[in-house]
Design a protein around this ligand. Structure first.
Ligand SMILES: [Zn+2]
Length: 489
């Protein structure tokens, strides 16, 4: 058996002022065959990583393709997308004959000229490998699950957890189903229910937790192979943005349809009940200061790099300084120039620094302060579930009782290393402000005495009615009160 695997991934915020070029991929994940690290998957490369570990045991030859992934930002440069796509497709052609192809795709990538990048890639891949080759795809649930993709693959699986701690587990599921299909043990058929809704569904909150647990309990029984809840990516203005339920069944399309409808209707009934409560910045900081024990974790989802935000909004930081907070640390703030200046000044130096507040109006004003440089560290990393995520060179700066972690490779707060890399013990701080929607919960949830979500003036509005959509198909909740959910595949 011959199986090919490759990755092409980013999550495109079509409203972001930060264009995404091939340089952003080179900064994050740009791995040609033979260059894949052996220790852990990188972002969306779990299908290749898992297949490599299982190839000998499961009796197939893995042909490794390129893996390209970038931190979320604005639309991808068209020529750069086509270059990466064509490299993967050429590798696919060279690998023929193939029994299967595994793609690790984020699922919400938009390039100039391509609103459905993954659909384009899968359609062209299908054209190369032919109808008999089994195409298996892993997606992030924050994706656009378009019909073009479903028509051009055999098995599609999304991560179930948000925070996405199960990227490798779902890649294992995908590979197992692909191998079972090749052995003739199962014959996957898919059904897709469109809930016509935009929402956010952290699985750390009880309603979605219960929904996901029940989804998982349905798998492997009564002819159901896999169930995925598509959360959607609210900041990608494309026609098929919507929450959807995807069911993969064994040969019985009517069974897949029935379950997709049942779960889809339940998902619709959860509208407006799956997000945490948000406090204003002032109330959030005040509430954190009033707690007797720390660390109290304040989340800033509106400035989450994981949703394509610049991550240089200063509103919460300025509030912490204005309220004379002590024992507080905030991170990450993306400012490569300021990091460079801190390295030049050196650890322990005091000097006037302007940082943050650079990329756009939603970044707020920069902070001008005499800072004390804490630790500076080259080439830092943080851990997210089974994956490693680069932070680049980092510096900690102190203004009164507040420390800020400045980074050079734009990403959200995921692992405790974000702070520990630059000498800040997160357990020893009263308040930790993290720029992240919910992925921070994987590492920071267990150490937090309390978690407070605030709505800052960062660019990712939590009220989707405030977003200037132009392409999203209407009607859709919460933009429209009346919608028509239903089976679409
Ligand atoms: Zn996601």
């Amino acid at each position: 058996m011959r199986i090919f695997s490759a990755t092409l991934a980013t999550e495109t915020n079509t409203f972001s002022p930060l264009p995404t070029s091939i340089e952003a991929f080179k900064e994050s994940v740009f791995l040609r065959p033979g260059e894949h690290p052996a220790d852990a998957p990188r972002m969306c490369t779990a299908p290749l990583f898992v297949a490599r570990q299982r190839a000998a045991r499961d009796g197939f030859k893995l042909i490794e393709g390129s893996c390209f992934a970038a931190s979320p930002a604005g639309k991808v440069n068209q020529a750069d997308y086509e270059f990466m796509r064509d490299e993967v497709l050429a590798q696919l052609r060279d690998a023929l004959p193939l029994d299967a192809a595994l793609f690790g795709l984020h699922g919400a990538m938009v390039a100039h000229g391509y609103d459905d990048v993954e659909g384009d890639l899968l359609e062209k891949a299908r054209g190369i490998v032919g109808p008999k080759c089994v195409i298996g795809v892993e997606h992030d649930p924050h994706c656009h699950m378009t019909l073009k993709r479903i028509r051009n693959c055999d098995i599609m699986i999304c991560y179930k957890e948000f925070p996405h701690t199960d990227v490798s587990d779902r890649a294992e599921d995908l590979l197992t189903l692909v191998l079972r299909t090749l052995k003739g043990e199962v014959k996957p058929v898919m059904s897709l229910y469109d809930c016509r809704q935009i929402g956010s569904y952290p699985t750390t909150l009880p309603l979605m937790r219960g929904f996901v647990d029940r989804m998982m309990a349905l798998e492997g029984k009564d002819g159901i192979l896999s169930v995925s809840a598509v959360h959607c990516f609210p900041y990608g203005d494309v026609e098929e943005l919507s929450g959807r339920i995807l069911v993969v069944a064994d040969g019985d399309k009517s069974k897949a349809d029935a379950l997709a409808m049942r779960l889809g209707e339940e998902y619709v009934s959860m509208r407006g009940k799956t997000m945490p409560q948000f406090l204003s910045v002032t109330d959030g900081v005040k509430a954190a200061m009033e707690e007797r024990e720390g660390p109290v974790v304040i989340a800033d989802p509106a400035d989450n790099a994981g949703g394509g935000a610049p991550t240089d909004n200063t509103t919460i930081l300025r509030q912490l300084i204005a309220m004379n907070t002590t024992g507080a640390a905030i991170g990450p703030i993306w400012d490569p120039v300021a990091v460079r200046l801190c390295f030049d000044a050196g650890a322990g130096a005091r000097f006037p620094l302007r940082f943050g507040g650079k990329i756009g109006p939603a970044s707020g004003p920069p902070v001008d302060a005499t800072v004390e440089v804490g630790a500076v560290a080259r080439d830092c990393w943080q851990t997210f579930g089974p994956t490693q995520v680069p932070l680049g060179d980092c510096a900690a700066v102190k203004i009164g009782g507040v420390e800020a972690v400045l980074i050079t490779k734009r990403t959200q707060a995921l692992g405790l290393e974000l702070f520990a890399n630059v000498g800040i013990d997160p357990l020893a701080r009263k308040i930790l402000v993290v720029k992240s929607t919910n992925h921070f919960m994987g590492a920071f949830g267990p150490i937090a005495k309390r978690v407070i979500y605030v709505e800052s003036d960062g660019p990712l509005a939590r009220d989707y009615r405030k977003i200037a959509y132009a392409k999203v198909r209407r009607p859709i909740w919460p933009l429209d009160a009346e919608t028509q959910p239903g089976l679409v595949f």
